[in-house]
Design a protein around this ligand. Structure first.
Ligand code: ADP
Length: 490
């Protein structure tokens, strides 16, 4: 049960609410208690003023303890309320006059025999009262005890202490009422709030539950389905949008992957079919001359090489996509590497009577993966020669521009149609499939430029088709000359 967010939220909410209500009630109780006590003290203090005024008025023409007793009785009669006890005590602690000496209606002997004035706590109260001018304290007795106030006054040259006790019973009753109100209001509030909280949590989490079951239904077969966004502006809407954009990216990459697989198998099928056909033809004929066998084996070898080439390219791209192609950078001179590549491409160019020129460059130290950069240059040179007709010209130039090397390969081929130029770096893309396969033996599968661009980007550089029209094309690679890349990425 605790595994449910709804229940956990409700429990947390209820626990916090209970704590808040308890703290709030304690504070309210304390404030209430303090203010009633303060009111009692003010009341006692004012009563003492009034009592002494009456007492002094009675004493005006008389003197001696007897008359103090009489005057006290008059003042008590005048100021006594139901729950007050008065006493005048002399310096020795003896009670001169008290409410006990003044009978109340319905009680001939007075109402306080055995009352608070004879308790030991009253004695302790008096002891403390003698030590200060005005004193407030507690005295036990009665139903809930008394709040006592004592102050000194003089009469006939002697010091007396006036003590007034006020029963705490009414205040206590009020506080008990407050407590009992809290005792039933708080549990009801908690129950109502937790039930409300549970329904609120359920309602708020309902879209999440719906989203998770919807998400659970999405698989490879229906990757195009999306979660419904109920409120675009709230957190759940944000979650749904994030999830949907994740699905967008997933389905794009899934589609790319599927296209890649389809293209790859298509590309592999052709050489495999040629291999099979050629082998079948060779085997079907009973007697063949050694030349004919050599010729068949030559075709098989060529197609096997082509197959190897495609598989290697595919493997490179797959590892690059997964970010698992480890770069092995080292220091070398780019101009020297370009020179070597131009040199090894000369045979190809010579076969097509193409003049291949390398405009000598100044020293170009670079820190990069030499074999990958070599592969990129050879790809570009191979294309330039492949797509340039006999007697044409291919020019290679390498120069430094600021923090990068600019390597350009220009040819005088037929160029790439403008509408196809944006697509030539796509995998398996060939501007003219028939031509690229028929005219050029061992023609690529349309992966060379994708790999070359990846190589440039893995070195934090770029590869662009900077120019192409009917009289030729120029591919330019930009490689950083400064601090170089440390590891490969996709
Ligand atoms: P391929 O193996 O077919 O050469 P690439 O990825 O190297 O594959 O090139 C993709 C396509 O771009 C080629 O099929 C070709 O149509 C076009 N292309 C590349 N380089 C040139 C070039 N120098 N001149 C004309 N077309 C080119």
């Amino acid at each position: 049960m605790l595994d449910s967010v709804r229940v956990r939220l409700t429990l947390w909410y209820t626990a916090v609410l209970t704590l808040v209500l308890i703290v709030l009630s304690l504070i309210t109780y304390f404030i209430f208690w303090r203010s009633t006590l303060r009111r009692t003290d003010v009341n006692l203090s004012e009563l003492s003023e009034a009592f002494l005024t009456t007492l002094n008025a009675e004493l005006k023409d008389q003197s001696g303890p007897v008359s103090l007793k009489l005057a006290g009785q008059v003042a008590i009669t005048e100021h006594r309320f139901r729950d007050h006890v008065f006493a005048i005590v002399d310096a020795a602690g003896k009670i001169v006059v008290s409410s006990q000496d003044v009978p109340t209606a319905g009680s001939a002997t007075g109402s306080l025999s055995g009352g608070p004035l004879s308790s030991s706590s009253f004695q302790r109260f008096l002891d403390s009262a003698f030590r200060s001018e005005r004193f407030f304290g507690e005295v036990t007795g009665g139903q809930d005890g008394y709040r006592g106030f004592a102050r000194h006054f003089s009469s006939s040259g002697k010091t007396y202490t006036l003590v007034i006790l006020q029963s705490l019973h009414p205040q206590q009753e009020m506080l008990e009422e407050v407590t009992s109100t809290f005792a039933w209001v708080i549990p009801i509030a908690i129950v109502l709030a937790s039930v409300g909280g549970y329904f609120l949590a359920r309602k708020s989490l309902a879209p999440v539950v719906a989203m998770s079951s919807q998400a659970g239904r999405i698989g490879a077969a229906n990757l195009h389905e999306r979660l419904a966004v109920q409120n675009d502006r709230d957190e759940l809407g944000h979650l749904a949008r994030s999830f949907n954009s994740l699905l967008d990216r997933l389905s794009q990459s899934f589609e790319r992957q599927q296209r890649f697989m389809a293209d790859a198998s298509h590309e592999l099928r052709t050489p495999v079919a040629i291999l099979r056909g050629e082998a079948e033809v060779a085997l079907s004929q009973q007697a063949r001359s050694p030349e004919e066998y050599r010729e068949s084996l030559g075709v098989l070898h060529q197609e096997a090489e082509r197959l190897t080439h495609i598989v290697e390219d595919l493997f490179t791209l797959t590892r690059a996509d997964a970010g698992q192609y480890p770069l092995q950078p080292r220091d070398f001179y780019l101009d020297e590497l370009v020179g070597e590549c131009v040199h090894s491409a000369r045979t190809l160019a010579f076969a097509k009577k193409i003049s291949l020129n390398f405009e000598e460059a100044s020293e170009s130290p670079i820190h990069a993966d030499e074999s990958l950069v070599r592969r990129m240059i050879l790809n570009l040179l191979d294309n330039a020669i492949k797509y340039t007709s006999e007697g044409g010209r291919v020019t290679v130039a390498c120069r430094r521009a600021g923090q990068e090397y600019v390597l350009s390969i220009m040819d005088t081929g037929g160029g790439i149609p403008a509408e196809l130029q944006p697509r030539i770096f796509e995998r398996f893309f060939r501007a003219d499939k028939a031509r690229s396969r028929a005219e050029h033996d061992g023609g690529g599968a349309g992966l060379g430029l994708s790999i070359s661009r990846w190589i440039a980007e893995a070195h934090h550089g770029r590869l662009e088709l900077t120019h192409s029209d009917s009289v030729g094309s120029t591919f330019t690679a930009y490689l950083p000359a400064g601090p170089s890349p440390s590891a490969a990425s996709g």
